[in-house]
Design a protein around this ligand. Structure first.
Ligand code: PLP
Length: 555
């Protein structure tokens, strides 16, 4: 064959191979796009870009009460209710508010949480007239008392840390400290109490090895780092909306100033996601926060995002368990490390956490929050071969992880008290009929709300609850202020997350339910849930979009 013919053939061959490779890449790219949730939470880069374009604007006093186009009499009714509530807050919570105002300028966190309790258009006016106290002085049973002596039923759950009741953690910290006092806060060498902790954690997690860190965020960082090291692959898969702490790689999108290049955010409970896991070669691990079962593909609900009544939640245990089983199978098939991030749900839904609750085993599990017995903690439990931080045949190729305060003796002491308690009859009793108890409480409350024709309901994953609203409204975020006025303590995300400790008795819960209904009735009476056939979630969103664009273009 002539040389030119050979060259031409070779060129055709190379061209064909290049086209095939491009088509292959394109197909993978399309599969990845299909596996992204259609919401902005599923498109982190776009969300960041759009967020940067949203201009600040706010409602003046008149518009504040009729942003939904309510007639004058309704707006007046709202204003009267607001003023009554404002007077009540300023007298009843006077000292707590005074101290908070003093500290707000110098504690950055207070400025942030203060600004993001309600949608920004309403934020400044609400802050001025319904200031929230950030200080508390004591706890007892399931109640918490502020600086003015007001006792609230605690629905904050201390971000989920409080599983067993504050009294338990006070004792755990005290007795744990007593266990290690002779050694004191020595770091590096261990107090022997750690040995029992790792044995108990091994048994609870069903995994071989344990590492200790200082927060849930760090435990997640380490789990992902180990997965990348051992698989020699780059990407982590997280599910749309899931929170895994505030490390950049697991928190792409709004809130993180730089893009997370090695993170795929995919649809939860979706065959499209399974297809991506089956076909891509860059995936080191899949990170699951089982709390997402309550609201798959949606971010942790916060009242600052309550622009309309679109928030929904529903927990289907069987469906989520079936999904986790599918995920487990694909991860096994593809040698992808399956990580359960149980920082929130661990020890709350079952003694053996989400693995036991859903009947699915993970390769690595992260725990935190309550496991520290009331002190800061993050823990990774994993299979031996995944936990190893060096290679026997490549001494310079290590997976580094340190932290000055890891395995702090006082934390190990308090953890020991916590883990011991789980082995006592009292510790085991808390998990008996746990879901039955909390589901009945949620259903009972919903029945009462429905009977009163109130447009609010709750959904729950065991003792983790969220509130949603059944009639279109722009004012659902006001509900948190009515709840506080009734003596229910909420965290800064308001009605988005109510967290109960498991020591709530029926009598305690009855108090909460009564107050909850009373708050909703007061809110209804004050006209905030005024409705009109033309007021729909869609019309509300459209109106806000129009305001935003107008502000952006003409202000
Ligand atoms: C599932 C999950 N992972 C990680 C974290 C981060 O834990 P930490 O706040 O201790 O850093 C949280 C905190 O809420 C969490 O809920």
């Amino acid at each position: 064959m002539a040389a030119w013919a050979t060259t031409t053939l070779a060129l055709y061959g190379a061209g064909g191979a290049a086209v095939a490779a491009s088509l292959f890449k394109l197909r993978r790219r399309l599969e990845l796009s299909q596996a992204k949730h259609r919401s902005l939470a599923g498109h982190s880069r776009m969300a960041r870009r759009l967020a940067a374009l949203v201009p600040f604007y706010e409602y003046d006093e008149a518009r504040f009460f009729c942003a939904d186009g309510a007639p004058t009499d309704v707006a007046q009714c709202r204003r009267a209710g607001f003023e009554r509530l404002s007077a009540l807050y300023k007298t009843r919570f006077a000292e707590s508010i005074r101290r908070t105002a003093e500290a707000a300028d110098i504690i950055s966190d207070l400025q942030f949480t203060g600004a993001y309790r309600v949608p920004f258009q309403f934020s400044r006016y609400t802050r001025k007239h319904l200031p929230s106290g950030a200080f508390m002085q004591s706890t007892e049973g399931v109640t918490i008392t502020d600086l003015d002596g007001n006792r609230f039923y605690d629905l904050t759950g201390s971000y989920g840390v409080n599983v067993l009741g504050y009294g338990f953690y006070k004792d755990a910290i005290e007795h744990g400290a007593a266990q290690v006092r002779e050694l004191g806060p020595v770091l590096g060498p261990y107090h022997p109490v750690i040995v029992e902790n790792v044995k108990l954690l091994k048994e609870i997690s069903g995994l071989d090895e344990i590492s200790f860190h200082m927060s849930g965020t760090e435990a997640v960082m380490q789990a992902v780092r180990l997965a990348r090291y051992h698989t020699r692959r780059s990407h982590l898969v997280r599910f749309c909306g899931a929170y895994h702490g505030w490390w950049g790689d697991v928190q792409p999108g709004i809130g993180n100033p730089v893009p997370a290049h090695e993170t795929h955010t995919l649809k939860d409970m979706s065959g499209d996601t399974l297809r991506v896991l089956r076909t891509r070669r860059d995936i080191a691990c899949v990170l699951v926060n089982p709390l997402q079962a309550l609201h798959p593909n949606a971010s942790a609900p916060s009242d600052s995002a309550l622009l309309d009544s679109g928030r929904r939640a529903h927990f289907d245990k069987d469906a989520y368990a079936a999904w986790l089983k599918e995920l487990r199978a694909v991860c096994t098939e593809r040698n992808i490390v399956l990580i359960f991030d149980e920082v929130f749900v661990g020890f709350r839904v079952a003694r053996g956490g989400a693995q036991e609750y859903f009947g699915v085993r993970a390769d690595l599990v992260t725990y935190g929050k309550t496991l520290g017995g009331g002190l800061p903690i993050g823990v990774v439990c994993g299979r031996h071969e995944l936990m190893k931080r060096f290679r026997d045949d490549r001494p310079a190729d290590i997976c580094f992880a340190r932290g000055s305060f890891n395995s702090h003796p006082y934390v190990m002491g308090a953890m020991n008290e916590f883990l011991h308690h789980l082995h006592t009859p009292a510790g085991q009793a808390i998990y008996q009929n746990l879901d039955g108890t909390w589901n009945a409480r949620a259903e009972g409350l919903n029945a009462r709300l429905r009977a009163e024709d109130l447009p609010v309901e709750v959904a729950n994953l065991s003792s983790i609850w969220t509130v949603y609203y059944t009639r279109p409204s722009r004012y659902n975020w006001m509900f948190q202020y009515y709840l506080r006025a009734e003596g229910l303590a909420l965290s800064w995300v308001g009605t988005g997350r109510l967290i109960f400790s498991l020591n709530y008795t029926e009598a305690d819960f009855e108090q909460v339910a009564e107050r909850f209904v009373a708050a909703a009735k007061a809110m209804q009476r004050d006209g905030w849930w005024w409705s009109h056939p033309e007021l729909t979630n869609k019309s509300i969103r459209r109106a806000i979009l129009k305001e935003t664009i107008t502000r952006r273009l003409f202000a």
